[in-house]
Design a protein around this ligand. Sequence first.
Ligand code: C5P
Length: 430
Amino acid sequence: MGQAISRIVLGVTGGIAAYKSVALVRRLRDAGFEVRVVMTEGAKAFVTPLSFQAVSGFPVSDDLLDPAAEAAMGHIQLARWADLVVIAPASANTLARLYAGMADDLLGTLVLATASPILLVPAMNQQMWASKAVQRTVAGVQELGYQLMPPAVGSQACGDTGAGRMPEPEAIVQFIQHWQHQGHTAMEAAYSTLLSGLHVAITAGPTREAIDPVRYLSNHSTGKMGYALAAACARAGARVTLISGPVSLQAPQGVERLSIHSARELLAESLRITEQGCDVFIGTAAVADYRAAEIAPQKIKKSNDTLTISLVKNPDVIATVAQHPKRPFMVGFAAETERVEDYARGKLASKALDMIACNDVSRTDIGFGSDDNAMLVFFSDRFGYEKVTLAKASKQVIARQLVLALAHALGRGDAAEALHPELMVRSGEK
Ligand code: C5P
């Protein structure tokens, strides 16, 4: 967003989260913004215009055809006055109406009449949010250039738990401030639609393979790369499901997290999501290759000097998903200590993947547990390019670059190229 924001029109639509918008007006004013509130008819079923008048200090606008209101501050004037239009909560109905360009109420008209950025903060029941119709609308409004703050995950007024909650007012204010301070460039706007309309499943973290009720086999994976990728995919407009082993990280904003422990649980969840139909599957999880042949029902007691535990091979999650009839676009990761390129290309072929990102874990400055990474990315033969080299950078930056490479491979290359020509120039190398 190039220009500074001081004046915000807040559109409130019909949803139980509308009560949070009263607090949002207060927080926005505390942060120094001038706020005018526009309500839809639906919103008035949840909160009275008087409440918003009290907190904003100005009468609420709610009628397109009221001559008195139009004389005070007409919809065109209001549209010009705003530096930013925020719609929070944005109901499924409002999203669909905005996508269709409806102008039969004040809010719809104002959105069409403003030259300023529009920020949509959807809130609805998790099942509604996940529905194909809403996801298609969400992709559509982002293609129209509207910015979206993804809903939070958690318990909902209707008793459900999932993605669909309106983020807390403080988080919305922070989002706006961050956006303003960063300067929301055209590039950022383009990035935010790179994966719109797609459902991306990401496996992350280690698995734990029980030996007895108190012990397990595991590894040092921290999940940082997978979580950074989940955040980057969500930022690029995708719906993201993160299937995560035990890690100490918070789920990124707007990302649905499913927690698992063992490789077999990871496989079951991955197949369930694949069966439901996801578009991209990214395997960053450090899956334990073996598990105990039998889990002792009671704690194993100390006795002999040596203890032998028989191990059996775990299923290969990513290779199994790649054989599924509803096979998504498959992205694997490989951590190697030698002959990085040979092994990575071998896994690309043997696991039937479309793309593989690999790093050299013999380097101590990158990889496991580190905040940085450096990667080589290879693609299946059916793509016209061979390799992308991602120089050492933070896992957040690497994740964004991987999203660009992914978008390119998914046929969204024009957008990706416009964002990062340098990245794609290097893709021709052998
Ligand atoms: O075979 P290797 O473990 O090196 O392969 C790494 C890739 O395969 C990663 O994408 C990892 O998440 C995935 N993988 C898997 N299930 C396994 C082992 C690895 O999904 N059992």
